[in-house]
Write a protein that binds this ligand. Structure first.
Ligand SMILES: [Zn+2]
Length: 384
């Protein structure tokens, strides 16, 4: 009985000795007392050892997974501790070190295409309504180089760009010419119309003035001879995309879909008239960076307006005339007047045009096309 009691006391003594007695150790130069069963890992999780695992980095250097790099290390008297879950010996002198970062596995390529990117000169964010003319001043060209692509992140870094990627650069400028010339652009959208386009052409021709027409590709297909009349009359013919329905607005499409819209719009005009335009006015003024990237250099200028007559709402011929006139008085040379020859009854637009041209002529204005306007602004655009 007594011997059993002694055995029990010895057992309790051993358990106490291993777990509950205190040991004295030095941690980063600081003397502390901890329970005898303390491990190196516990010292770290309790904040005595200020060291952490390294991170797993993407090939680009950004953190993929925090703490997934090499393990932090502990040293006892300068000797690396192989197992951080082992118990710290009494009197240990412990220091520590952060784990190093690891980089994800990569796949290397010696001839990878570096796709062109696009930017707005001056680093602005694209907004169609910021300015009237959005002109490409440098076409984007793919580069080629040796690259490393992260197997986890899918991100690519270029090691050696032996064919330099050329970004596409677009310059946004106002249409105002700021010079001493007095010019305006009449622009008509949504045609061709078998009812109204020729009537408007007749007024323009009688007054010996030029205007610019932005036509919808799928409408051109229906009335190719009307489109041809626009060209024959000496007017400038540009694209208003292929499909004007809200579901086809260019800012609602993927890069590939926007490209298709622009291509088909340009092709419809080319098929009907032989003219290849590279100017586009987006339906409803809806355009975004995705569409511009997708469309690439099929279109070299996106054209807005600085006077909106709202003629499509049929506010009356006089209202249309007054809105246009007041706009020109305010903006001056480089006014781009938005009107419509297609999309419905345009008798008001026709009447307003008849009245507006002689009035602006009297004020000393001459009428130019969008292409002529861009040429006037070419020094500001940095174009040759
Ligand atoms: Zn339109």
């Amino acid at each position: 009985m007594l011997s059993l009691l002694i055995l029990l006391l010895i057992a309790i003594g051993i358990v106490w000795y291993l777990n509950f007695r205190s040991i004295s150790i030095s941690v980063e130069g600081r003397q502390i007392s901890v329970p005898a069963n303390t491990t190196y890992a516990k010292l770290q999780s309790d904040g005595y050892l200020k060291a952490n695992n390294g991170n797993l980095l993407a090939v680009t250097g950004t953190i993929l997974t925090k703490g997934a790099g090499a393990s932090w290390q502990a040293f006892d008297n300068g000797v690396s501790v192989s197992d951080l879950n082992q118990v710290v010996p009494d009197g240990a002198v412990i220091t520590c070190k952060n784990g190093s970062d690891d980089t994800e596995p990569v796949t290397s390529s010696n001839s990878k295409v570096i796709p062109w990117t696009w930017q707005i000169a001056g680093g602005n964010k694209f907004n169609f309504y910021n300015s009237t003319l959005h002109v490409l001043t440098q076409i984007g060209k793919d580069g080629e180089g040796a690259t490393q692509t992260g197997d986890i992140s899918g991100q690519t870094v270029v090691e050696n760009e032996y064919i330099k990627m050329q970004p596409q650069i677009m310059k946004d400028i106002s249409a105002e010419t700021k010079g001493k010339e007095k010019v305006v652009c009449l622009t008509y959208d949504d045609g061709p119309s078998p009812d109204w386009t020729q009537k408007i052409l007749k007024v323009l021709q009688q007054n010996k003035v030029k205007a610019t027409f932005f036509e919808i590709g799928n409408v051109v297909k229906n009335y190719p001879s009307v489109s041809k009349d626009v060209v024959t009359a000496g007017m400038e013919l540009c694209s208003h995309s292929y499909n004007h329905s809200p579901s086809h607005y260019l800012n609602k499409l993927s890069e590939a879909e926007a490209k298709k819209m622009a291509e088909e719009g340009v092709a419809a005009i080319k098929d009907a008239t032989g003219v290849t335009t590279t100017y586009l006015r987006p339906p409803g003024g809806n355009l975004n960076a995705t569409a511009i990237k997708g469309i690439g250099s099929i279109i070299t200028a996106y054209i807005g307006w600085n006077i909106d007559t709202d003629d499509w709402q049929r506010p009356g011929a006089n209202k249309i005339y007054q809105t246009a006139l007041n706009g020109v008085k305010k903006i001056g040379s480089g006014s781009v007047i938005l009107m419509h020859d297609g999309g419905g009854d345009r008798s008001e637009t026709l009447a307003a045009t008849k009245k507006l041209i002689p009035k602006l002529k009297k004020m000393g204005y001459s009428f130019i096309t969008i292409d002529q306007l861009i040429k006037i602004r070419k020094s500001e655009l940095g174009l040759k």
